[in-house]
Design a protein around this ligand. Sequence first.
Ligand code: GCU
Length: 128
Amino acid sequence: PGPVVYEAEDAAITAGVVESNHTGFTGRGFVNYNNAVGSAVEWTVTAAKAGPATVELRYANGTTANRAMNVSVNGTVVSPALAFAGTGAWTNWQTKTITVNLVAGSNKIKAVATTANGGPNVDKVTVS
Ligand code: GCU
């Protein structure tokens, strides 16, 4: 199957808000993580079969500080403190790609801020 897009604004948000004031997002907007450790977005993604999948996170970070996040799959951190470096402007969106193992059916992919700055602004994940 081809890539499937899961918008952040449709995911489960912990300590963050959906906004649309910085252009370049897809869908209705993006999630502005609260500036706090533990702010998070959790997507529910479906896999046709168990095995490796490519997860591309699209984000913007208009600061110069790395807004690292722990990325977990089904409750296990698989990418600790994944770097989300500055992108130059809040309107400049970039992607970060990781490979994860999914189970067949429903999976939870969660990106949790690890610094007091919170996460970057997150637009979506694309799973393929
Ligand atoms: C600014 C920006 C937000 C961003 C925030 C932050 O307020 O407009 O989109 O989320 O900084 O530092 O997290």
